[in-house]
Design a protein around this ligand. Structure first.
Ligand SMILES: Cc1ncc(COP(=O)(O)O)c(C=O)c1O
Length: 464
């Protein structure tokens, strides 16, 4: 084996600007709408929740946006992250394909999430905000936000989806170690949480419910802002650093990806690894770009492209997105960070325009892929990231069948050190495979009934 299994960049080569896909999309993502008026929301409507600097990024169509020096300084604690050539996995699969992965699990919180938590904390601090309210699914985002808030001396309050609160107790401990408070959602600390609990005292929660709780706290307190770990344009922007580094590292390795893969919850790590390659594709350089999601929460593959609320209590602006309905409570699968009913508007638009593809896999197949990966490459992946691995393996085996060379790049968005309970369940044969049927789609359709419809609305699931 050659020693070129890892491709590093020097810290002086770290990108100093984020890349904004809005500048290059052939069709802009539809703007968020005010649920009352049906009109696009202006910056003023977002001001109770976000600092103006982030709102400006949200609506910007500038191609490049400077990363502040303070943020670069904190990024340099773990960035640039390594690009690995998965030679041992290639050998196990006996494939002619070359497999590369960008490893974001080296961050202090163990995933890509600090790439946006740090600038979000920074811009809030600059705006004189003292406290951040946020939600978390599996706890990766909550721990990243707790880490970033602590660096800038902000308080953080994290609503953690109840099923993960129980499944992943050490994520909760991490959040507390960095000095933030964590509450299982739904809770009795908000009107939104109380309402859910009245209707269903045993609710295991969802990201949509936890968002309602965090937004309510931020909207009703002057010194508190809200932070979201995915979906919004400014979050995708911050994550572009992953792909910008990967592009340079692939170039240093003398390769260019035929296939770029990311797992997809709200879309941020997928956009992070892929948007720079999307730009190259728009400019004529061809790659297949694949977002991978769970079959039990199949937003892109089976959701309806429509305007929908980002949260269960219907408090957020309406976002144009492939959606399973804002009241969707996905099964308690172990890839907690992929259990969100909608996806980023930009990612949805790129799918509508045929620039990216989407695939869905069941969780047992994903754990099989994760274990194959751990036993060849050593790193134990987060259950979310295993979806990307699962598709990378499918591509590599196809290359073998076809006897073709192929260069595959995927994002390993995080490690699974706090997800070992999920691995235990897999080894014990206790995992259940859920997938979505027609009934689920009908429910999604009723959730969006009466809401404005975006151009391109068909009223049909993307595929079923
Ligand atoms: C490790 C990891 N990967 C992926 C995701 C999915 O989020 P996104 O689609 O925004 O990257 C999460 C979300 O919590 C995560 O923790």
């Amino acid at each position: 084996m050659s020693d070129r299994t890892r491709h590093f960049l020097h810290s002086s080569e770290m990108p100093t600007k984020w890349y904004n896909i809005a500048a290059d999309m052939p069709n802009m993502a539809q703007p968020p709408l005010h649920p009352g008026t049906g009109e696009p929301v202006g910056p003023d409507a977002l001001a109770p929740l976000f600092p103006m600097a982030l709102i400006e990024q949200e609506v910007s169509s500038e191609q490049w946006i400077d990363i502040p020096a303070e943020v670069l300084d904190i990024y340099s604690m773990w960035r640039p992250t390594p690009l690995h050539r998965a030679k041992r996995l290639e050998a196990v699969l006996n494939t002619p394909a070359k497999i590369y992965y960008k490893y974001e699990g080296v961050s202090p919180a163990g995933s890509h999430k600090p790439n946006t938590a740090v600038p979000q904390a920074y811009f809030n601090k600059q705006a004189g905000i003292n406290k951040i309210a946020t939600e978390t699914g599996a706890g990766q985002w909550g721990s990243a936000m707790a880490f970033a808030a602590n660096i800038f001396g902000l308080e953080a309050l994290v609503y953690m989806v109840k099923v993960s609160f129980t499944q992943k107790p050490y994520r909760k401990s991490m959040i507390e170690t960095w000095g933030a408070n964590v509450i299982a959602s739904p809770s009795t600390t908000t009107e939104a949480g109380k309402k859910i609990l009245e209707a269903d005292p045993d609710s295991t929660g969802s990201l949509g419910i936890a968002i309602s709780e965090a937004v309510e706290i931020a909207a009703t307190s002057k010194d508190t802002n809200y932070a979201l770990g995915s979906v919004l344009n400014h979050v995708l922007l911050h994550q572009s650093i992953i792909g910008l580094e990967a592009e340079k590292q692939m170039e240093n390795a003398g390769d260019y990806p035929d296939v770029v893969i990311g797992c997809c919850g709200g879309g941020s790590n997928f956009a992070g690894i892929s948007n720079v390659f999307v730009r190259n594709k728009i400019n004529g350089k061809n790659s297949k770009i694949v977002a991978v999601e769970p079959a039990s929460c199949p937003t892109l593959t089976k959701g309806i492209y429509a305007y929908d609320f980002g949260d269960t209590a219907q408090t957020t602006p309406l976002l144009a997105s492939h959606t399973l309905g804002h009241d969707f409570v996905p099964p308690g699968i172990h890839a907690g960070g992929l259990r969100y009913h909608a996806v980023a508007s930009q990612t949805s638009q790129l799918l509508n325009d045929g620039i990216i593809d989407a695939m869905a896999y069941k969780q047992i197949e994903c754990f099989e892929a994760a274990v194959t990966f751990a036993r060849s490459e050593g790193i134990i992946p987060a259950p979310e990231s295993s979806h990307a691995i699962c598709h990378a393996i499918r591509e590599a085996l196809e290359a073998k069948e076809e006897g073709k060379e192929k260069t595959i790049l995927f994002n390993l968005s995080g490690h699974g050190h706090f997800d070992m309970g999920a691995y235990d369940s897999y080894f014990a044969g206790n995992l259940v495979d859920d997938s979505m049927d027609k009934e689920g789609i009908n429910r999604a359709l009723s959730a969006i009934e009466g809401l404005p419809k975006p151009p391109g609305y068909t009223g049909k699931a993307a595929s079923l």
